[in-house]
Design a protein around this ligand. Structure first.
Ligand code: SF4
Length: 361
């Protein structure tokens, strides 16, 4: 074990007939010999168990706007204490956080913090929630779960930003304590998931349906739209029809702009009109709330009341403008309830990003 690592005992694994220990956290089902690490790098076989080597270690903390997760219907305008660890269980060639997700240097986990410390810091800073983000909480789910528990005890909500590539038992264990999730729906074809992310589409759809239909977790979905890979009318139409049929009209969709990064530098940035086209397809199919993201687009970033078509939350990127909702999320023009978690008047954190060092607090 390297300096800075922890060795938190985990329980989501079983011993196979061939003597290897198989991790049961995600569909990759890594089967490990002594000392081996899974594809995510942070779960390792040590003796007769698999341990989590990043429990209590973070790549950094930062206070962000909740709209950056992105969550547009979850305590709008509030600040969220965000953190991640290292590693990932997907291998997306377009990863926009690859310095963290592909990190093999646990020593880069500069900040240490217990779940209770994180929750108390969020409360001290006036953050309404804590987000597990930057890399996928699936792979450090015991740390995320314990932090979510500590947050609830401190009156702070918690948010998971995830690809949703997770098996049923640990998924239930984590999301029993989490209040909101933004799940990536990276494409609506299995070939994309296999070729670009070394994953499969079906388990992701299963997670999304589970969260929306079987838990009280507030869910929004994000698709990073990549020119030529997942941006056809047919695919966007199929995706948004699936959302409507399986999840209903009230799950917000975010179509966000890709920029060339990591192993995918041969594609151009997403033209803003592609995001507008995707949003239009979703709205035509009956989705109530569809947004463009990572661009300045006041129309595409704002929330419209499905009852009377008034703009109820105006947004320009992460900054709120006019706000026409009651404290409990009803349109002040027609009284329609807007889907989401609304808790008092709109907050005004704005677009600020404020790094925080917990070790020094
Ligand atoms: S969580 Fe990590 S170790 Fe476990 S199956 Fe997934 S990639 Fe493998």
């Amino acid at each position: 074990m390297k300096v800075g690592e922890s060795a938190y005992p985990t329980s989501a694994w079983h011993v196979r007939d061939d003597g290897r220990i198989q991790c049961d956290v995600c569909p990759r089902a890594c089967a490990l010999n002594e000392g081996q690490r899974g594809l995510c790098f942070v779960r390792q076989r040590q003796g007769e168990q698999i341990v989590l080597t990043t429990y209590g270690r973070s790549s950094g903390f930062c206070v962000d706007p909740i709209e950056k997760k992105p969550l547009n219907h979850f305590v709008p305008g509030s600040s969220v204490l965000s953190f991640g660890t290292a590693g990932c269980n997907l291998t997306c060639r377009f990863c926009q956080n690859w310095d963290i997700s592909k990190s093999r240097e646990i020593d880069t986990l500069a900040d240490a913090a217990s779940p209770e410390r994180i929750a108390a810091t969020a409360a001290d800073l006036g953050c309404r929630s804590v987000a597990f983000t930057y890399n996928d909480p699936t792979i450090f789910y015991e740390y995320a779960r314990d932090t979510a528990v500590a947050c609830r005890a401190a009156g702070v909500r918690s948010v998971a930003v995830t690809a949703g590539y997770m098996l049923a038992q640990p998924r239930a264990d984590l999301y029993a304590h989490v209040d909101a999730a933004n799940v990536d729906l990276k494409a609506f074809n299995d070939d994309f998931y296999r070729r670009v992310c070394s994953a499969r589409l079906a388990p992701v759809l299963e997670t999304i349906e589970y969260l929306v239909r079987e838990t009280p977790v507030w869910v929004e979905l994000t698709t990073l739209v990549i020119p030529g890979l997942n941006d056809s009318d047919a695919e966007l139409d199929a995706m948004t029809q699936w959302v409507l049929e399986r999840l209903g009209p009230d799950v917000p969709l975010h179509f966000t702009a890709f920029h060339p990064d990591y192993k995918m530098r041969d594609r151009p940035p997403t033209p803003p009109q592609t995001l507008t086209r995707a949003r239009g397809i979703a709205l035509r199919n009956g989705v109530h709330y569809a947004y463009t993201g990572n661009v300045h687009d006041r129309g595409g970033g704002s929330t419209t009341c499905p009852g009377c078509a008034v703009t109820v939350i105006e947004r320009d990127w992460y900054t709120l403008g006019a706000y026409r909702l009651s404290d409990d999320g009803h349109c002040t023009s027609c009284g329609t309830a807007i889907a989401g978690v609304f808790d008092g008047p709109a907050q005004s954190w704005g677009a600020r990003r404020m790094p925080v060092q917990l070790a020094q607090r």
